[in-house]
Design a protein around this ligand. Structure first.
Ligand SMILES: Nc1ncnc2c1ncn2[C@@H]1O[C@H](COP(=O)(O)OP(=O)(O)OP(=O)(O)O)[C@@H](O)[C@H]1O
Ligand SMILES: [Mg+2]
Length: 363
């Protein structure tokens, strides 16, 4: 007897997605199937470009095995990337184009938010996603320095919209393009809110899978305004290992929870220093605080980034480590952090029932 659709579906419903940790049917990874005699074609929607290749192969093997076990002769699996996202509610429709906004934040200044945001954006792009980077640090925009000269500067369109600059393939907007840094430091909340509201709605991002947003330190007006203005899929919190930084990150996390922005996970930056000459490792700011914090708070730990002159130099010279040494261990760590963050967003979206974009705007 040829294979029956019901038994194929039943077998596939038991396949656990190795990256998402849930079955491929309820998490909508299975798009459709075609059965011809004993041959099955399975189409899968991979929910992010940052889904690791090894796990894609593993998924393919699991699907194939599940169907061979019920008598399929030939199994073909087609994987297509369809970035998972939650359509924005109508009151946050100011941002058009980006599917998922990732905020990069920290309780404290100088811990490496901008470094992580820049490399995270480049890593997502290297995974194959279309990515933008919004430098929302009104008080100290640093992304333009970190990315160097743009290939294409920001421009105004015919209808007076803002077209982002292109830096190393990323679409980039910095508040630094619009305000004088010395002027902004005296701004109060309402002015920050008005500025963000005005220009966010005017930027033509085009279709993007991810918009990475670099925030100023702390829990101030920019964080609050952004959370009110745009739908943020989640926040990556950056900390250094020492206690003072950890305490501030806890405050930052509490603020995001208050405005209902999910915490995706924690990155520990400046975790240790490995001497390039002798190989000795020194834990300058102590070590492991980020991991402990993630455990205590029940969130994910995304990884450690060591102190390295190439990271500092790359940031200051406009060539981030991912672009300068894409095959280095550090670049690999950022690729891994990008995968973890993107998968966490995808799992969050796919765990909920599908919200149609059209339904979302009907009140
Ligand atoms: N892992 C690292 N190794 C070496 N240098 C680093 C590392 N991470 C960041 N830096 C350097 O530390 C400085 C501060 O980093 P960065 O600007 O990313 O921090 P920030 O949290 O965004 O700061 P701010 O609060 O001022 O916005 C920069 O000069 C950067 O190049
Ligand atoms: Mg910064």
């Amino acid at each position: 007897m040829p294979l029956q659709e019901a038994s194929v579906k039943e077998a596939l419903a038991k396949v656990i997605d190795p990256a998402l940790g849930h079955d491929i049917v309820s998490y909508r990874v299975l798009r459709n199937i075609e059965i011809k005699d004993d041959d099955v074609l399975v189409r899968l929607d991979i929910p992010t470009h940052a889904y690791p290749q090894a796990q894609r192969r593993e998924l393919q093997q699991r699907v194939t095995k599940a169907l061979e076990d019920i008598g399929a002769k030939r199994v073909s699996v087609l994987q297509n990337v369809e970035t998972a996202y939650m359509p924005a509610p109508s009151d946050k429709a100011v941002l058009k184009g980006p599917k998922n906004v990732i905020a990069v934040a920290a309780g404290k200044g100088g811990v490496g938010k901008s470094t992580v945001a820049t490399n995270l954006a480049l890593a997502l792009q290297r995974h194959g996603a279309r990515v933008g980077l919004l430098d929302a640090d009104v008080f100290g925009p640093s992304i333009p320095t970190m990315l160097g000269q743009p290939e294409v500067p920001a421009q105004a369109s015919k209808d007076n919209k803002i077209i982002p600059a292109i830096h190393q393939g990323l679409k980039v907007i910095s508040v630094g393009f619009f305000v004088d840094k010395d002027e902004a430091v005296v701004w109060r909340g309402p002015m920050v809110h008005r500025l963000l509201q005005q220009f966010l709605g005017d930027v033509e991002w085009g279709d993007l899978d991810y918009l990475v947003c670099d925030l100023p330190p702390g829990t101030g007006d920019v964080q609050l305004s952004l959370s009110q203005l745009i739908p943020i899929a989640g926040a990556v919190m950056v900390t250094t290992p020492q206690e003072v930084s950890i305490v501030d990150v806890v405050k930052g996390i509490a603020m995001f929870e208050k405005v209902e922005i999910p915490i995706l996970g924690i990155v520990e930056n400046m975790s240790y220093y490995k001497c390039p000459a002798c190989g000795h490792t020194d834990e300058i700011f102590s070590h492991g605080g980020g991991k402990r914090l993630a455990q205590e708070l029940g969130t994910d730990f995304f990884g450690e980034i060591p102190i390295d002159t190439r990271i500092r130099f790359g940031g200051d010279a406009g060539v981030p480590i991912i672009a300068a040494s894409p095959d280095s261990e550090h670049a690999q760590r950022f690729m891994d952090i990008a995968s973890k963050a993107a998968l966490k967003i995808a799992a969050g979206v796919l765990s909920k029932p599908k919200r149609s974009p059209r339904l979302a705007v009907i009140k």
